[in-house]
Write a protein that binds this ligand. Structure first.
Ligand code: NI
Length: 195
């Protein structure tokens, strides 16, 4: 197993349409998938697509950790899942903004419109069918990873560029807002005690 180098936005491999995998059960595909999982875990990512490690094939891996799922019945935690030659069908008209990052766009995040409910299919490295209906985070991460296979990065899906920034700055701003609210609450409490 090996940790692979991740391509960053600007590398042409991220803009290509990736090719179908002729034999998902081939040993070299199993090796690539094992390395992709190790690379995703090392980078603390929720998903990784093969083009992100410079391999233009239709493969992605993802996981839904206990903290990430929305609690919806179709958005429960999912252990690391491999999807080869996927299809994704958007279900319904419910499109919501969700915060996303990407290992190929380090340090940044944005609110991206994604379909709330989808159905996806594919195969794993044993040739077994995988896939299901998914909502929320699960549906969002699958749409994000699937887009990588068509050369689409999340900024190309954005509708409101004011919701795009450096994670560090946005966390600092959120922290400052929380401190300000706490100070206001304390001042109000003091004023009420004085009255
Ligand atoms: Ni990504």
């Amino acid at each position: 197993m090996a940790i692979l180098k991740i391509a960053r936005m600007g590398h042409p491999v991220l803009l290509e349409r990736a090719a179908e995998v002729a034999d998902p059960t081939a040993p070299e595909i199993a090796r690539l998938v094992a390395d992709m999982i190790e690379t995703m875990e090392d980078a603390s990512g929720a998903g990784l697509a093969a083009p992100q490690v410079h391999v233009p094939l239709r493969i992605f891996v993802f996981r839904v950790s206990a903290q990430r799922g929305t609690g919806d019945a179709d958005d429960v935690p999912v252990s690391t899942t491999v999807v080869i030659n996927p299809t994704v069908e958007l279900l319904g008209e419910d499109v919501r903004l969700r915060w996303e990052g990407c290992l190929s766009i380090p340090g940044l995040r944005a609110a991206v419109p994604r379909n709330w409910r989808i159905r996806y299919t594919g195969v794993d490295t044993h040739g077994n069918t995988v896939g299901r209906e998914a909502t929320g985070f699960h549906a969002g991460v699958v749409q994000h990873e699937y887009d990588h296979l068509d050369g689409i990065l999340y900024p190309m899906r954005m509708s409101d560029f004011s919701l795009f920034g450096f994670t560090e700055e946005m966390e600092r701003a959120a922290q400052m807002q929380a401190q300000q609210r706490a100070a206001e609450a304390r001042a109000l409490e003091q004023a009420e005690n004085a009255a």
